[in-house]
Design a protein around this ligand. Sequence first.
Ligand SMILES: [Zn+2]
Length: 148
Amino acid sequence: MASIGHVLVGLALARAHHTVTSSTSTSTPAQRPAGRRVVGALAFPMLAMLPDLDVVAFKLGIPYAAEFGHRGASHSVVAALTIGLCAAPIIARWLRVPLLPTAVAAALAVLSHGPLDMLTDGGLGVAALWPLTAPGISSRGSLCRSHR
Ligand SMILES: [Zn+2]
């Protein structure tokens, strides 16, 4: 049920994106086909949950603590910005809204994932700063006391 937080952040970003783009786009939300409105409402929650697709690493035999294991590189700032900025043009084109607010909302949606995971006490922490590492210092962090 930890995904509820990710979905709620994504929905909040979808709402904010809708508010911002409604005043700047050439079509009003009511003029957009229903399918486009649904995509607009679901795109940001899906982006907020996207880093957890790394659970396929378990099926591939990649250890949890590996760079590309669960909560590894996929939960980093670098990955969040890359994914968000790659998804933004697709979303903006689909919704026919400006790119800049879409890029900001998309990047924030993916970027929110790592810090929310860091608030949990499960797992080995989050590799938020991947690929930056230092000898003797774990690249994974957590905001929970049990991991310190
Ligand atoms: Zn996660």
